[in-house]
Design a protein around this ligand. Structure first.
Ligand code: GAP
Length: 484
C-alpha cells in the first residue's frame, strides 16, 4: 500500500479523521476530526496564533462571521469565481452544472467497473485476483481510460479557465442578489473590519490582522483526502503597509513564514518556494510555500502582495472612506496589503505525512516487530503523557490515577490500564504521544516511575516530584517561538 493510503487509514483507525456522515455513505470531500484529530488541530492553531498574533506587538486577531453582506463578494471579485460553470441543454432548455454532470458521469463509469468486478468474483470464486483483474481486463481498462481522460480534460480546462472546452457558459447559479454565500476565504472578513480594528486598536502602520476560520469552496476535483476539501479552515493574516514598501514586506513575510515551517524539523529539503509568474490582476508579487507530500510537492501556504485592491474595492462598493492618515507624511492613503494564507487542514496533512513512520524493532526475545509511530513535534501531539499502572492491582491503578489527576490540568494526559505494557506503548506511538510513564512495584516503595521516550524508546527511572518540571521543559514552545 502506498504511504498516502496508509496515512488515510491510520487517520481513521486512530481517531484523527473520519469521512463526514460515514454511516450515510459519506459526503464527498468533507471530513470530521476525531478525538485525536481535534487535539492536533487545536495545537496547530495555537502554534500559528501564538507565532502570528500574540508574540507580534503589531498584529491582532479577529473572528468574523462566516455570513457576510453579499456585495462583499462583488467587491472582492469573487462573484465571477462563484459562478459555477453551467451547461445549457438546447433541446430541453434545462441548465445543468458542469461539475455535477461530470461527477455523475464518473460515478456511473465507477459503478460499471464495480459490476464487472462482482461478475468476475462470482465466476472465479476463490481464485479471483482483483488487482490482476483490474490491470488486465479489457472492459475495465476501457472504463478507466474514459475516467482518466475526462478528469484530465476537466482539470486542464479549469486550470486555464477555458470553459469553452465543455461548451459552458459562465453565469450565476442564482441571480438573487440577496443570496448569502458561504465565504471562500476568511480574508474578506479582515478587510471589511480594517477600519474597526485600526480605529479601536489605535493601530499604526505597518500592522496586521489575523484570523482562523472556516472557508468553503465548491471544489470540482476533490479526491485527495483533506488536501482539497469543500469545507475547510484557513489561518490568514493581512499585513497593512505603506504603499511602496509592500515588496520589502512581502520578502520579509516570505522568509518568516518559511522559518515557521522549517522550525518543526521535518527536513529542510521538504520545502520550497514556488514564485508565481502569472499574477492575479490585483497582485504584484505572489509565492507558494510547497511541501513534499507523499504525492509530490504541493502548495501548503500562499503569500501574496495584494496591493490596495481589496480596500479600494470595498471603499468603492460600500461608499465608505477607507484610508489611513499618516502622521509623518501628513496625508491619507489606502494601505497596501501583504497576506499570508495557510490551510489548517492542509497543514494537518503535512504534519501527518511528515510524522508517519514505520519502524522495525527488535523485541526482548530477539524477534523482529514493526511499529507505526507518529513523530509529531512534542508540543503538537494530541496526548502529551500516557500513564500506565504496570498491573491492575497492589495499589498501582490508584497511584497512577493520582498522578493523572495532578498533571491533567497542565498537560493532556491519558490513563490506560488495558493490555500488556508493550501493546499500550504501541497504541501511544501510533498517536504520537511523546512520553509514557509506568507505575510499578518500585514506585510504591521509592516514589519513582519509569518514563519511556517515544522516539528512542529508551526508558529511565525518575522521581515523581520531578515529573512536572521534566515535562514542562520538554513540552514548552517558548524557545521555539523565541527563535522565529
Ligand atoms: N486569501 C487567499 C486565499 O484564500 P488560496 O491560495 O486560495 O488563497 C490559501 O488559499 C490556502 O488555503 C492554500 O494554500 C491552502 O492551504 C488552503 N486551501 C485552499 N483551498 C483549499 C481546499 N479546498 N481544501 C483545503 N485547503 C485549501
Amino acid at each position: 500500500m502506498d504511504k498516502f493510503k496508509k496515512i488515510i487509514s491510520h487517520s481513521k483507525e486512530y481517531g484523527f479523521i473520519f469521512p463526514s456522515s460515514e454511516i450515510y455513505d459519506g459526503l464527498s470531500a468533507v471530513y470530521d476530526y476525531g478525538q485525536n484529530g481535534v487535539e492536533l488541530k487545536n495545537n496547530i492553531k495555537y502554534y500559528w496564533w501564538k507565532a502570528m498574533t500574540q508574540i507580534n506587538e503589531n498584529i491582532v486577531g479577529i473572528d468574523s462571521a462566516i455570513f457576510m453582506h453579499p456585495t462583499i463578494w462583488k467587491a472582492s471579485g469573487h462573484v465571477g469565481a462563484f459562478n459555477d460553470p453551467l451547461i445549457d441543454n438546447k433541446d430541453s432548455k434545462k441548465r445543468y452544472r458542469a461539475d455535477v454532470l461530470i461527477e455523475e458521469y464518473l460515478e456511473k463509469i465507477g459503478k460499471k467497473i464495480d459490476k464487472e468486478i462482482n461478475k468476475a468474483k462470482k465466476r472465479y470464486g476463490d481464485n479471483f485476483d482483483k488487482a490482476e483483474f483490474l490491470k488486465t481486463n479489457k472492459r475495465i481498462l476501457g472504463h478507466q481510460r474514459k475516467i482518466d481522460e475526462l478528469n484530465e480534460r476537466f482539470v486542464k480546462a479549469f486550470e486555464i479557465g477555458d470553459l469553452k472546452e465543455f461548451e459552458t457558459k459562465l453565469g450565476s447559479v442564482s441571480e438573487d442578489a440577496n443570496k448569502i454565500y458561504l465565504r471562500p476565504e476568511t480574508a474578506q472578513g479582515i478587510f471589511v473590519n480594517y477600519l474597526n480594528v485600526q480605529k479601536t486598536g489605535r493601530m499604526k502602520l505597518p500592522f496586521g490582522i489575523s484570523q482562523i476560520g472556516k472557508a468553503f469552496r465548491n471544489e470540482i476535483v476533490a479526491r485527495q483526502f483533506i488536501f482539497r476539501m469543500r469545507e475547510f479552515e484557513q489561518m490568514e493574516m493581512q499585513f497593512f503597509v505603506k504603499p511602496g514598501t509592500e515588496i520589502e514586506w512581502f520578502k520579509k513575510w516570505k522568509e518568516k513564514r518559511m522559518k515557521w515551517h522549517k522550525i518543526l524539523s521535518f527536513g529542510e529539503e521538504k520545502y520550497r518556494f514556488h514564485d508565481h509568474e502569472k499574477l492575479a490582476h490585483y497582485a504584484n508579487a505572489a509565492t507558494d510555500i510547497e511541501f513534499e507530500f507523499p504525492f509530490g510537492f504541493r502548495e501548503v501556504e500562499g503569500i501574496h502582495s495584494r496591493t490596495d485592491f481589496d480596500l479600494s474595492s470595498h471603499q468603492k462598493f460600500s461608499g465608505k472612506k477607507i484610508s489611513y492618515f499618516d502622521n509623518e507624511l501628513q496625508k491619507s492613503y489606502i494601505p497596501y496589503v501583504v497576506e499570508t494564507s495557510i490551510g489548517l487542514d492542509r497543514m494537518f496533512l503535512l504534519v501527518l505525512s511528515a510524522a508517519y513512520t514505520e519502524e522495525e524493532i527488535k523485541k526482548e526475545n530477539g524477534k523482529l516487530d514493526k511499529r507505526v509511530v507518529l513523530k509529531i513535534p512534542f508540543f503538537l501531539s494530541p496526548i502529551k503523557l500516557a500513564i500506565f499502572p504496570l498491573i491492575k492491582k497492589d495499589g498501582m491503578p490508584e497511584k497512577a490515577k493520582k498522578i493523572f489527576n495532578d498533571l491533567k490540568f497542565d498537560f493532556n494526559c491519558q490513563y490506560d490500564e488495558k493490555d500488556s505494557i508493550g501493546k499500550r506503548y504501541r497504541r501511544q506511538d501510533a498517536i504520537g504521544t511523546p512520553f509514557c510513564i509506568t507505575i510499578d512495584h518500585e514506585t510504591l516503595k521509592s516514589e519513582t516511575v519509569t518514563i519511556r521516550y517515544r522516539d528512542s524508546m529508551k526508558q529511565e527511572r525518575i522521581e515523581i516530584k520531578n515529573l512536572f518540571d521534566i515535562l514542562y521543559k520538554k513540552l514548552s514552545i517558548n524557545s521555539l517561538l523565541k527563535n522565529l
